[in-house]
Ligand binder design. Structure first.
Ligand SMILES: *[C@@H]1O[C@H](CO)[C@@H](O)[C@H](O)[C@H]1NC(C)=O
Ligand SMILES: *[C@@H]1O[C@H](CO)[C@@H](O)[C@H](O)[C@H]1NC(C)=O
Ligand SMILES: *[C@@H]1O[C@H](CO)[C@@H](O)[C@H](O)[C@H]1NC(C)=O
Length: 244
């Protein structure tokens, strides 16, 4: 008897689950085109960003991309549209923004090429950071829609007027600091080493010994002493101004 309420509960749960699945199924056809991409067709693509070759975009400024498409299939493709999204660079699944779609409806025949332009706008209030941008072209063949994601890479969004890449600058600062710290450490360990102490210590002792220059005691009898004496004699002879 105690099993009965539990049984009822699981039946109820089952019903709820069924309903959820049913609702999800009803929702499927209205899904966003980027959520469930059609299969890839036989095209090859190439792209470039004429205004931002370094892929450092500016928040609030439209970005133009030129897409070259070559039809490698044996049937016509009707290039329908391009769409894109801005996603987290760390986790692609969390998206921040869907770029507006642009429609073309241009047919490209087998072995022919076509160039189209697509512009997207990184939102003005987007915090400067790295993001992943995915751009997808949709095209239609006799057997239905196909899609090719022709760009799916990390890009950098900068603030307007932020011409310096602060992140890069920061890295430079860290790099320079590390080099200096390394140099200092190397210098300190050399200074403490016995080899250095022996070499430089001797020199220092020599310098000390030379310092008492007026002291005749230690040069007496050396060639330097004779030289000094001669020099002094020559100096007193050759200076008529000298008054005794
Ligand atoms: C944006 O695209 C994603 C798929 O990448 C989709 O799940 C989401 O519903 C779209 N958002 C809007 C507002 O269209
Ligand atoms: C391309 O597709 C669009 C939308 O399906 C259609 O209106 C247009 O007629 C097609 N173009 C050609 C040349 O088939
Ligand atoms: C883009 O690349 C990420 C991996 O970096 C991948 O998870 C994602 O499925 C790709 N998106 C598309 C639309 O190809």
């Amino acid at each position: 008897m105690a099993i009965c309420p539990l049984g009822r509960a699981s039946v109820l749960l089952g019903l709820v689950a069924c309903f959820a699945v049913f609702v999800a199924a009803q929702d499927t056809p209205r899904m966003h085109p980027l959520t469930n991409l059609p299969p890839g067709g036989e095209i090859s693509t190439g792209y470039f960003f004429p205004d931002y070759p370094t892929r450092q975009f500016i928040a609030g400024e439209p970005v133009k991309v030129v897409l070259g498409i070559r039809n490698e299939a044996s049937e016509d493709y009707n290039i329908s549209m391009i769409m894109g999204s801005l996603n987290s660079a760390q986790e692609f699944r969390s998206y921040y923004w869907n770029f507006t779609q642009q429609v073309y409806f241009q047919v490209v025949e087998p072995s022919k090429e076509l160039s189209v332009e697509y512009a997207f706008l990184p939102p003005r209030d987007l915090p400067p950071n790295d993001y992943q941008v995915a751009l997808t072209v949709f095209y239609e063949a006799a057997d239905g829609f196909k899609s090719t994601t022709f760009f799916n890479q990390t890009i950098t969004v900068l603030e307007k007027g932020q011409l310096i890449d602060w992140k890069l600058l920061f890295l430079y600062v860290i790099f320079v600091s590390v080099v200096f710290a390394g140099a200092y450490f190397a210098w300190s360990s050399v200074k403490e080493s016995t080899v250095y102490k022996n070499v430089v210590g001797k020199k220092a002792r020599k310098v000390e010994a030379v310092r008492p220059d007026g002291d005749d005691e230690w040069v007496k009898g050396t060639p330097y002493d004779n030289f000094r004496k001669k020099k002094a004699a020559a100096a007193s002879k050759g200076s008529p101004k000298k008054v005794q």
